[in-house]
Design a protein around this ligand. Structure first.
Ligand SMILES: Cc1cc2nc3c(=O)[nH]c(=O)nc-3n(C[C@H](O)[C@H](O)[C@H](O)COP(=O)(O)O)c2cc1C
Length: 401
């Protein structure tokens, strides 16, 4: 039976003529035992009443960002955390534009911006609005952010025109969300380990050698995996980044600490090693602070190779081992050498010689090199690290399917 017992759906209704169909959609989710809370935009209330939504959903209806009663009972952040998925139906051209640009001037857009859950959009609008370049551009942005767009359909519109723009039927919306939640439950049993950030290798108690890695790409991969339902652990070197509470975060400083934390978290089903682990450490760390007057020589020795250890482990090797190669030159050649010498399944190569992408930037351009696949490599063009991580996780998901 396609039932959604214990699943929590946050519905957002925008101000479009198909808002009446969202009542039927809500009824269908409710009939299949989902718990429902609803947000109406100010304009949605011109089309459906909070009372009819409340009685059909048997759940609370919210409409105001600045409402003391709502904010004390369930604030706008908790509301986004409460749900297993967010369904925006109908999604108007206006709301699509706002969400794609990161506006958050009402409750609906604020909750979406603050959300760490899968967002589904069921657009509904006049065919010209749908075909407008700006709507197309906004939807492309949202698709790249990982939003799922359901429909619209072709048909006769309320305004009398004919074309694409009709909201997808309630049953099809239900099936799409149901399939996603069911898959998500499946991935809950799959353990994913991600490493991110730089490591610090101490010279004395206050000085260390490090590198320019920000950890952004690894954090984004952990977030994307978590959003798809994977049981995700992130081992992070020193960064200024934060992550959702539900992702298990282990903070470390040195390569040795990262290695121990990785060992502790094996076995895992898949591992993504995106951390820029220092290749060298100080041969003999000095226990007290070195004084200005002291003269000294730093001797380096090879650091522990975490990727190599994991991908060559007899019994604990994850099914899928993904390494990263950050290179300034001969990107492909060096990545292929790493792919083979470290026994990984994939190597994701990124060029760190450019200022506007790679290390410390919000953007990245990567090439995935595959070991045992017909496709030998795939280039993901320059885009936000959040979008790159969605594309990487799409490929991980198909591997596990
Ligand atoms: C009768 C009527 C029907 C409308 N239907 C739609 C629609 O189907 N899709 C859409 O994108 N906008 C539609 N609009 C325009 C939206 O209501 C308008 O863009 C509004 O700002 C949307 O607000 P919201 O996105 O905050 O809910 C309609 C407007 C009117 C007056």
């Amino acid at each position: 039976m396609k039932d959604l017992t214990n699943k929590k759906i946050l519905f957002i209704i925008c101000g479009g003529i198909s808002a009446y169909k969202s009542l039927e959609t809500i009824r269908l989710f409710r009939k299949n035992k989902a718990q429902i809370k609803t947000i109406l935009t100010k304009n949605a209330k011109e089309f459906v009443t909070p009372l009819s939504v409340a009685s059909l959903s048997q759940g609370k209806v919210y409409d105001d960002l600045f409402n003391l009663e709502n904010e004390t009972e369930m604030d706008h952040i908790s509301l986004s955390r409460w749900s297993d998925a967010i369904v925006v139906a109908p999604a108007t051209a206006n709301s699509i534009a706002k969400i794609s640009q990161g506006f958050s001037e009402d409750l609906a857009s604020t909750v979406i911006l603050a959300s760490n859950k899968q967002v589904f959009l069921a657009p509904a609008m006049n065919v010209r609005m749908w075909e407008h370049q700006s709507t197309k551009k906004n939807l492309k942005i949202l698709r790249n952010y990982g939003y799922k767009i359901i429909g619209p359909r072709i048909g006769e519109m309320a305004c009398g025109e004919y074309g694409k723009g009709k909201m997808t039927e309630p049953l099809d919306i239900y099936n799409e969300v149901f399939n996603f939640l069911q898959q998500n439950s499946k991935y809950k049993k799959i353990k994913a380990l991600v490493t991110a950030g730089p490591t610090n290798e101490y010279i004395d108690p206050v000085r260390f050698l490090t590198n320019k890695s920000s950890g952004k790409q690894g954090y984004e991969i952990a977030k994307s995996l978590y959003k798809r339902g994977f049981d995700t652990t992130l081992i992070s070197g020193p960064t200024n980044l934060t992550i959702e509470e539900d992702i298990k975060l282990i903070k470390v400083e040195t390569a040795e600490e990262m290695f121990k934390a990785t060992q502790k978290n094996l076995p895992t089903d898949l591992a993504v090693f995106s951390a820029a682990v220092a290749d060298f450490k100080i041969n003999k760390k000095i226990d007290t602070k070195i004084k200005k007057k002291d003269s000294f020589i730093i001797n380096l020795e090879k650091n522990v190779d975490i990727l190599n250890y994991v991908s060559n482990h007899n019994s604990l090797r994850p099914k899928l081992v993904i390494g990263f190669a950050a290179e300034t030159n001969d990107l492909d050649e060096n990545a292929i050498i790493k792919l083979n010498s470290k026994n990984c399944d994939w190597i994701i190569a990124n060029d760190i010689s450019k200022k506007n992408k790679g290390f410390n930037s919000d953007f990245n351009e990567v090439t995935i090199h595959y070991k045992n696949s017909k496709k030998k490599k795939e280039k993901l063009s320059c885009k936000r690290k959040s979008e790159i991580s969605e594309e990487i996780v799409d490929r991980i998901v198909s591997q596990f399917n």
